[in-house]
Design a protein. Structure first.
Length: 291
Protein backbone atom coordinates (compact mmCIF):
# COMPACT_ATOMS: atom_id res chain seq x y z
CA UNK A 1 0.00 0.00 0.00
CA UNK A 2 1.56 3.29 -1.11
CA UNK A 3 5.09 2.39 -0.08
CA UNK A 4 6.65 5.06 -2.30
CA UNK A 5 8.66 7.53 -0.32
CA UNK A 6 11.72 9.71 -0.47
CA UNK A 7 13.10 7.83 2.51
CA UNK A 8 14.31 4.32 1.97
CA UNK A 9 13.96 1.54 4.46
CA UNK A 10 17.79 1.36 4.58
CA UNK A 11 17.88 4.98 5.66
CA UNK A 12 15.36 4.36 8.43
CA UNK A 13 17.45 1.43 9.58
CA UNK A 14 20.71 3.35 9.80
CA UNK A 15 21.11 6.45 11.98
CA UNK A 16 17.93 8.24 11.05
CA UNK A 17 16.82 11.75 11.85
CA UNK A 18 13.35 12.79 13.00
CA UNK A 19 11.87 16.30 13.13
CA UNK A 20 9.43 16.92 15.96
CA UNK A 21 6.49 19.35 16.05
CA UNK A 22 4.50 19.82 19.27
CA UNK A 23 0.86 20.85 19.78
CA UNK A 24 0.95 24.68 20.08
CA UNK A 25 0.07 26.65 23.23
CA UNK A 26 0.60 23.70 25.58
CA UNK A 27 3.96 24.14 27.35
CA UNK A 28 2.91 21.41 29.79
CA UNK A 29 3.59 18.97 26.93
CA UNK A 30 7.30 19.24 27.82
CA UNK A 31 7.26 16.26 30.22
CA UNK A 32 5.83 13.98 27.53
CA UNK A 33 8.24 15.42 24.97
CA UNK A 34 11.24 14.60 27.19
CA UNK A 35 9.96 11.04 27.60
CA UNK A 36 9.44 10.71 23.82
CA UNK A 37 12.89 12.19 23.13
CA UNK A 38 14.38 9.50 25.38
CA UNK A 39 12.58 6.73 23.44
CA UNK A 40 13.94 8.05 20.12
CA UNK A 41 17.49 8.47 21.39
CA UNK A 42 17.46 4.94 22.84
CA UNK A 43 16.84 3.67 19.31
CA UNK A 44 19.71 5.79 17.92
CA UNK A 45 17.31 8.16 16.13
CA UNK A 46 18.60 11.72 16.19
CA UNK A 47 15.87 14.24 16.86
CA UNK A 48 15.45 17.91 15.96
CA UNK A 49 12.74 20.17 17.34
CA UNK A 50 10.79 22.67 15.21
CA UNK A 51 11.38 26.32 16.20
CA UNK A 52 7.93 27.34 17.52
CA UNK A 53 7.62 24.08 19.45
CA UNK A 54 11.10 24.64 20.90
CA UNK A 55 10.31 28.24 21.93
CA UNK A 56 7.21 27.02 23.72
CA UNK A 57 9.23 24.70 26.00
CA UNK A 58 12.48 26.72 26.20
CA UNK A 59 14.55 24.44 24.00
CA UNK A 60 16.63 25.00 20.86
CA UNK A 61 14.81 24.61 17.55
CA UNK A 62 15.08 25.02 13.79
CA UNK A 63 12.77 26.47 11.12
CA UNK A 64 10.24 24.01 9.72
CA UNK A 65 11.55 24.32 6.12
CA UNK A 66 15.11 23.57 7.21
CA UNK A 67 13.81 20.76 9.42
CA UNK A 68 12.10 19.18 6.39
CA UNK A 69 15.36 19.29 4.42
CA UNK A 70 17.32 17.80 7.31
CA UNK A 71 15.26 14.87 8.56
CA UNK A 72 14.11 11.49 7.24
CA UNK A 73 10.65 11.78 8.77
CA UNK A 74 8.52 14.15 10.84
CA UNK A 75 6.75 13.47 14.11
CA UNK A 76 3.61 15.28 15.25
CA UNK A 77 2.99 15.21 18.99
CA UNK A 78 -0.57 16.24 19.87
CA UNK A 79 -4.00 15.41 18.52
CA UNK A 80 -5.48 15.22 15.04
CA UNK A 81 -5.35 19.01 14.69
CA UNK A 82 -1.60 19.07 15.22
CA UNK A 83 -1.07 16.24 12.71
CA UNK A 84 -3.27 17.98 10.11
CA UNK A 85 -1.32 21.20 10.56
CA UNK A 86 2.06 19.40 10.22
CA UNK A 87 0.91 17.56 7.09
CA UNK A 88 -0.42 20.76 5.47
CA UNK A 89 2.80 22.64 6.11
CA UNK A 90 5.23 19.85 5.14
CA UNK A 91 3.67 17.50 2.55
CA UNK A 92 5.46 19.22 -0.34
CA UNK A 93 8.79 18.05 1.14
CA UNK A 94 7.75 14.42 0.58
CA UNK A 95 8.77 13.49 4.15
CA UNK A 96 6.43 11.04 5.92
CA UNK A 97 4.73 12.09 9.15
CA UNK A 98 4.24 9.91 12.23
CA UNK A 99 1.46 11.03 14.58
CA UNK A 100 1.92 10.40 18.30
CA UNK A 101 -1.44 10.84 19.95
CA UNK A 102 -1.70 13.06 23.01
CA UNK A 103 -5.13 14.31 21.95
CA UNK A 104 -8.63 13.17 22.73
CA UNK A 105 -9.84 11.30 19.63
CA UNK A 106 -6.62 10.70 17.72
CA UNK A 107 -8.29 9.26 14.64
CA UNK A 108 -5.41 10.14 12.31
CA UNK A 109 -2.54 9.80 14.78
CA UNK A 110 -1.10 6.33 14.78
CA UNK A 111 0.79 5.61 17.96
CA UNK A 112 -0.07 6.29 21.60
CA UNK A 113 2.58 7.16 24.17
CA UNK A 114 2.27 3.63 25.59
CA UNK A 115 2.90 2.04 22.21
CA UNK A 116 5.75 4.30 21.11
CA UNK A 117 8.72 2.50 22.67
CA UNK A 118 7.90 -0.83 21.05
CA UNK A 119 6.98 0.85 17.74
CA UNK A 120 10.41 2.52 17.62
CA UNK A 121 12.21 -0.69 18.62
CA UNK A 122 10.58 -2.39 15.64
CA UNK A 123 11.14 0.48 13.18
CA UNK A 124 14.42 -1.10 12.05
CA UNK A 125 12.45 -4.06 10.72
CA UNK A 126 10.94 -3.57 7.25
CA UNK A 127 7.86 -5.54 8.22
CA UNK A 128 6.78 -3.24 11.03
CA UNK A 129 5.80 -0.02 9.37
CA UNK A 130 4.05 1.27 6.28
CA UNK A 131 4.08 4.59 4.47
CA UNK A 132 0.68 5.49 3.01
CA UNK A 133 0.20 8.20 0.39
CA UNK A 134 -2.94 10.27 0.76
CA UNK A 135 -4.52 12.81 -1.53
CA UNK A 136 -4.31 16.51 -0.69
CA UNK A 137 -6.78 19.12 -2.01
CA UNK A 138 -5.53 22.29 -3.69
CA UNK A 139 -7.83 25.30 -3.52
CA UNK A 140 -7.58 28.75 -5.09
CA UNK A 141 -9.55 31.88 -4.30
CA UNK A 142 -8.63 35.48 -5.06
CA UNK A 143 -5.39 34.28 -6.68
CA UNK A 144 -4.34 32.63 -3.43
CA UNK A 145 -3.53 28.91 -3.28
CA UNK A 146 -4.25 26.81 -0.18
CA UNK A 147 -3.95 23.11 0.62
CA UNK A 148 -6.19 20.87 2.70
CA UNK A 149 -5.62 17.40 4.13
CA UNK A 150 -9.23 16.98 5.36
CA UNK A 151 -11.52 19.53 3.81
CA UNK A 152 -12.31 22.92 2.34
CA UNK A 153 -15.60 24.27 3.67
CA UNK A 154 -17.53 27.06 1.93
CA UNK A 155 -19.66 28.51 4.68
CA UNK A 156 -22.18 31.31 5.09
CA UNK A 157 -20.88 34.54 6.58
CA UNK A 158 -23.92 35.34 8.59
CA UNK A 159 -25.89 33.06 10.92
CA UNK A 160 -29.17 34.56 9.81
CA UNK A 161 -29.02 33.78 6.10
CA UNK A 162 -28.36 30.88 3.76
CA UNK A 163 -25.64 30.82 1.14
CA UNK A 164 -26.15 30.43 -2.63
CA UNK A 165 -23.39 28.77 -4.62
CA UNK A 166 -23.25 27.72 -8.28
CA UNK A 167 -21.01 24.76 -9.00
CA UNK A 168 -19.23 23.72 -12.22
CA UNK A 169 -17.13 20.71 -13.17
CA UNK A 170 -14.45 21.41 -15.78
CA UNK A 171 -16.34 24.61 -16.70
CA UNK A 172 -19.80 22.99 -17.02
CA UNK A 173 -22.57 23.81 -14.47
CA UNK A 174 -23.71 20.77 -12.44
CA UNK A 175 -25.57 22.14 -9.41
CA UNK A 176 -26.68 25.18 -7.41
CA UNK A 177 -26.41 24.84 -3.66
CA UNK A 178 -28.64 26.71 -1.21
CA UNK A 179 -28.10 26.12 2.51
CA UNK A 180 -25.53 26.58 5.30
CA UNK A 181 -22.56 25.62 3.15
CA UNK A 182 -20.67 22.95 1.23
CA UNK A 183 -17.89 20.64 2.39
CA UNK A 184 -15.35 19.53 -0.21
CA UNK A 185 -13.61 16.69 1.55
CA UNK A 186 -10.71 14.39 0.74
CA UNK A 187 -11.11 10.68 1.54
CA UNK A 188 -9.03 11.32 4.69
CA UNK A 189 -11.48 14.06 5.72
CA UNK A 190 -14.50 11.85 5.04
CA UNK A 191 -14.49 10.80 8.72
CA UNK A 192 -14.40 14.42 9.93
CA UNK A 193 -16.98 17.20 9.24
CA UNK A 194 -18.28 15.27 6.20
CA UNK A 195 -19.28 12.37 8.48
CA UNK A 196 -21.12 14.69 10.87
CA UNK A 197 -23.42 15.94 8.10
CA UNK A 198 -24.20 12.52 6.62
CA UNK A 199 -21.58 12.29 3.85
CA UNK A 200 -20.12 8.93 2.80
CA UNK A 201 -16.96 7.37 4.21
CA UNK A 202 -14.37 6.93 1.47
CA UNK A 203 -11.35 4.68 2.01
CA UNK A 204 -8.42 7.05 2.64
CA UNK A 205 -6.14 5.67 -0.09
CA UNK A 206 -8.74 6.54 -2.74
CA UNK A 207 -8.33 9.66 -4.90
CA UNK A 208 -11.71 11.46 -4.98
CA UNK A 209 -13.55 14.61 -3.93
CA UNK A 210 -16.57 14.29 -1.67
CA UNK A 211 -18.92 17.26 -2.10
CA UNK A 212 -21.42 17.34 0.75
CA UNK A 213 -23.99 20.09 1.32
CA UNK A 214 -24.49 21.36 4.90
CA UNK A 215 -28.19 21.70 5.79
CA UNK A 216 -29.36 22.14 2.16
CA UNK A 217 -32.82 23.66 1.84
CA UNK A 218 -33.94 21.07 -0.69
CA UNK A 219 -35.36 17.56 -0.88
CA UNK A 220 -32.98 16.57 -3.65
CA UNK A 221 -29.44 17.57 -2.65
CA UNK A 222 -27.21 14.57 -1.96
CA UNK A 223 -23.49 14.12 -1.21
CA UNK A 224 -21.47 13.48 -4.38
CA UNK A 225 -18.24 11.56 -4.88
CA UNK A 226 -16.29 12.90 -7.86
CA UNK A 227 -13.11 11.76 -9.64
CA UNK A 228 -10.00 13.53 -8.43
CA UNK A 229 -8.97 14.67 -11.93
CA UNK A 230 -12.00 17.00 -12.17
CA UNK A 231 -11.56 20.71 -11.56
CA UNK A 232 -14.51 21.94 -9.53
CA UNK A 233 -15.45 25.60 -9.32
CA UNK A 234 -17.85 27.16 -6.83
CA UNK A 235 -19.12 30.70 -7.40
CA UNK A 236 -20.77 32.62 -4.57
CA UNK A 237 -23.92 34.16 -5.98
CA UNK A 238 -25.43 35.95 -2.98
CA UNK A 239 -24.45 39.41 -1.87
CA UNK A 240 -23.30 38.38 1.64
CA UNK A 241 -20.16 36.63 0.34
CA UNK A 242 -18.81 33.54 2.10
CA UNK A 243 -16.04 32.14 4.26
CA UNK A 244 -13.66 29.46 3.00
CA UNK A 245 -12.33 27.34 5.86
CA UNK A 246 -9.32 25.12 5.23
CA UNK A 247 -9.03 22.08 7.54
CA UNK A 248 -10.80 24.10 10.24
CA UNK A 249 -7.52 26.04 10.64
CA UNK A 250 -7.29 28.85 8.06
CA UNK A 251 -10.10 31.16 6.97
CA UNK A 252 -10.39 33.20 3.74
CA UNK A 253 -13.18 35.60 2.79
CA UNK A 254 -14.78 35.59 -0.65
CA UNK A 255 -17.24 38.09 -2.04
CA UNK A 256 -20.25 37.85 -4.33
CA UNK A 257 -19.35 36.54 -7.83
CA UNK A 258 -15.94 35.34 -6.67
CA UNK A 259 -15.00 31.70 -7.22
CA UNK A 260 -13.20 28.96 -5.36
CA UNK A 261 -11.41 26.50 -7.63
CA UNK A 262 -10.67 23.03 -6.32
CA UNK A 263 -8.37 20.37 -7.74
CA UNK A 264 -6.16 17.53 -6.53
CA UNK A 265 -2.71 18.69 -5.36
CA UNK A 266 0.15 17.33 -7.46
CA UNK A 267 1.90 15.95 -4.35
CA UNK A 268 0.54 13.48 -1.83
CA UNK A 269 0.78 13.51 1.95
CA UNK A 270 2.70 10.59 3.43
CA UNK A 271 1.78 9.05 6.76
CA UNK A 272 4.02 6.64 8.64
CA UNK A 273 1.85 3.90 10.12
CA UNK A 274 2.18 0.78 12.19
CA UNK A 275 2.16 -2.08 9.66
CA UNK A 276 -0.84 -3.70 11.27
CA UNK A 277 -2.94 -0.53 11.34
CA UNK A 278 -6.31 -1.38 9.86
CA UNK A 279 -8.69 1.41 8.79
CA UNK A 280 -11.83 -0.46 9.79
CA UNK A 281 -10.41 -1.34 13.21
CA UNK A 282 -9.61 2.35 13.76
CA UNK A 283 -13.15 3.24 12.61
CA UNK A 284 -14.53 0.76 15.10
CA UNK A 285 -12.27 1.77 18.00
CA UNK A 286 -12.59 5.55 17.55
CA UNK A 287 -16.02 6.04 15.96
CA UNK A 288 -17.84 2.81 16.99
CA UNK A 289 -18.18 1.69 13.36
CA UNK A 290 -20.26 -1.47 13.11
CA UNK A 291 -21.36 -1.47 16.77
N1 LIG B 1 -19.43 19.42 13.16
C1 LIG B 1 -18.26 18.87 12.86
O1 LIG B 1 -18.11 17.65 12.84
C2 LIG B 1 -17.12 19.75 12.52
C3 LIG B 1 -17.24 21.13 12.51
C4 LIG B 1 -16.13 21.89 12.14
C5 LIG B 1 -14.91 21.26 11.79
N2 LIG B 1 -14.85 19.91 11.83
C6 LIG B 1 -13.64 19.21 11.41
O2 LIG B 1 -12.53 19.48 12.20
C7 LIG B 1 -11.41 19.30 11.36
C8 LIG B 1 -10.19 19.89 12.00
O3 LIG B 1 -9.83 19.04 13.07
P1 LIG B 1 -9.09 19.60 14.37
O4 LIG B 1 -8.71 18.43 15.20
O5 LIG B 1 -8.04 20.57 13.92
O6 LIG B 1 -10.23 20.48 15.01
P2 LIG B 1 -11.07 20.25 16.35
O7 LIG B 1 -10.13 20.25 17.50
O8 LIG B 1 -12.21 21.19 16.31
O9 LIG B 1 -11.56 18.75 16.20
C9 LIG B 1 -12.57 18.23 15.44
C10 LIG B 1 -12.73 16.74 15.78
O10 LIG B 1 -12.60 16.00 14.57
C11 LIG B 1 -11.58 14.99 14.72
N3 LIG B 1 -10.97 14.83 13.41
C12 LIG B 1 -10.20 15.70 12.71
N4 LIG B 1 -9.88 15.18 11.52
C13 LIG B 1 -10.43 13.94 11.46
C14 LIG B 1 -10.46 12.91 10.47
N5 LIG B 1 -9.87 13.04 9.28
N6 LIG B 1 -11.14 11.77 10.75
C15 LIG B 1 -11.78 11.61 11.93
N7 LIG B 1 -11.81 12.56 12.89
C16 LIG B 1 -11.15 13.71 12.66
C17 LIG B 1 -10.66 15.53 15.79
O11 LIG B 1 -9.96 14.47 16.44
C18 LIG B 1 -11.65 16.19 16.74
O12 LIG B 1 -12.26 15.24 17.60
C19 LIG B 1 -11.82 19.97 10.09
O13 LIG B 1 -11.05 19.57 8.97
C20 LIG B 1 -13.28 19.56 9.99
O14 LIG B 1 -13.44 18.40 9.20
C21 LIG B 1 -15.91 19.16 12.19
N1 LIG C 1 0.11 24.62 14.15
C1 LIG C 1 -1.13 24.93 14.52
N2 LIG C 1 -1.58 26.17 14.31
C2 LIG C 1 -2.81 26.52 14.70
N3 LIG C 1 -3.66 25.71 15.32
C3 LIG C 1 -3.25 24.46 15.54
C4 LIG C 1 -1.98 23.99 15.16
N4 LIG C 1 -1.86 22.69 15.52
C5 LIG C 1 -3.02 22.37 16.11
N5 LIG C 1 -3.86 23.42 16.12
C6 LIG C 1 -5.21 23.46 16.67
O1 LIG C 1 -5.11 23.28 18.08
C7 LIG C 1 -6.25 22.55 18.56
C8 LIG C 1 -5.83 21.42 19.47
O2 LIG C 1 -4.91 20.59 18.82
P1 LIG C 1 -5.12 19.05 18.64
O3 LIG C 1 -6.30 18.79 17.74
O4 LIG C 1 -3.81 18.50 18.19
O5 LIG C 1 -5.42 18.52 20.10
P2 LIG C 1 -6.70 17.88 20.69
O6 LIG C 1 -7.89 18.75 20.38
O7 LIG C 1 -6.36 17.60 22.10
O8 LIG C 1 -6.79 16.50 19.91
P3 LIG C 1 -7.91 15.85 18.98
O9 LIG C 1 -8.03 16.75 17.77
O10 LIG C 1 -7.32 14.50 18.62
O11 LIG C 1 -9.16 15.76 19.74
C9 LIG C 1 -7.02 22.07 17.30
O12 LIG C 1 -8.19 22.85 17.15
C10 LIG C 1 -6.06 22.30 16.17
O13 LIG C 1 -6.73 22.64 14.97
Amino acid sequence: MGLKSTITKEKLKSKSKAGIVLRPSTPEIKDDYMKIKGYFEKQNIEIFLEKNSANMIDEEGIDLDILCDTVDFLVSIGGDGTLISVVRRTFRSGKPVLGINLGTLGFLTDVSLNELESFLQNLSDDENYRIDSRMMIKGNANLQNFFAFNDIVISRNSLSSMIKVDAKIDGKPFNSYYGDGIIISSPTGSTAYNLSVGGPLVYPLTDAFIVTPVAPHSLTQRPLVLPADFEIEFTITDNQGAMVIVDGQDIYEVEQNQSIKIQIASKKAKLLHRKERNYFEVLNEKLQWGN
